[in-house]
Design a protein around this ligand. Structure first.
Ligand SMILES: Nc1nc2c(ncn2[C@@H]2O[C@H](COP(=O)(O)OP(=O)(O)OP(=O)(O)O)[C@@H](O)[C@H]2O)c(=O)[nH]1
Ligand SMILES: [Mg+2]
Length: 229
């Protein structure tokens, strides 16, 4: 088949990256730390967000945008813990920045300390799209197999942290936390790891402490210039 190259006269990828950087800058200036969760379907993103919003919500303003192909189910689950808006893509396998920007005002005028974005459940498409988050986190559950980092390297290469979820199931499934971590570190050695069970409330405090620490580093840099020694 004959192919044809159409020159649109601009670098669309560069434009998208610029827009993401501008969004991140805007969020930083507003004091909002943006955390995005990626995972396979059902790895436990929403359950983790319920526990996270419950804990962080005691001291911080939390907002949540949650993506799915269909239904409002995740936003309904999250609503008791924090203002939550569902973004339904109707088929698309990832969120894009214009969808985030359109949904954000629906959370209300309140400024948030944390904005969590749950992307559509899969480890392929979301990894190729920059949303202007400060922190990208992969949730990998013990029921998925400890060989997944090597099979979906881009998702791990573009993230800064990994949550190994559903550790309460470790006695029942052949999953090695050490193997999963070693496999992921081959792709990105500086990943931060958490092993937790959201269902049993195990490891949530350490995870939330990490988020507070990461937020303080970014927001302090932007709003409170370091004093010269
Ligand atoms: N045993 C166990 N089950 C869990 C844990 N966390 C979540 N689950 C269960 O795993 C299933 C999927 O959890 P969700 O939180 O909906 O997962 P998700 O990643 O948001 O799913 P999608 O949005 O559909 O991609 C639910 O039945 C949860 O109750 C956990 O720590 N341990
Ligand atoms: Mg979910």
């Amino acid at each position: 088949m004959a192919s044809q190259t159409i020159n649109v006269g601009k670098d669309l990828r560069a434009e998208r990256l610029q827009a993401a950087e501008a969004f991140r800058q805007r969020m930083t200036e507003a004091g909002t730390y943006v955390v995005r969760l990626l995972s396979s379907p059902g790895a436990g993103k929403t359950t983790l967000l319920q526990k996270t919003a419950e804990m962080l919500g005691r001291s911080h303003r939390v907002g949540i945008l949650v993506g799915d192909v269909e239904t409002e189910r995740d936003a309904e689950r999250l609503a008791p813990y924090a203002p939550s808006i569902q973004i339904t893509t109707g088929g698309a396998c990832h969120l894009e920045l214009p969808l985030i920007e359109r949904a954000l005002p629906k959370l209300g005028s309140e400024a948030f300390d944390f904005l969590f974005v749950e992307d559509i459940g899969n480890l392929i498409c979301p990894a190729s799209h920059e949303l202007g988050e400060h922190l990208r986190v992969i949730v990998l559950s013990t029921t998925e197999g400890d060989d997944k980092p090597g099979k979906y390297p881009k998702a791990f290469r573009t993230s800064q942290a990994v949550v190994l979820s559903k550790t309460d199931l470790l006695p029942y499934v052949p999953f090695s936390l050490e193997k999963a971590e070693a496999d992921a570190r081959l792709i990105r050695p500086d990943l931060t790891f958490f092993a937790l069970s959201a269902l049993r409330d195990e490891g949530i405090t350490q995870w939330c402490d990490f988020l507070l620490h990461r937020r303080a580093a970014v927001i302090a840099t932007a709003n409170e210039p370091l004093q010269s020694m």
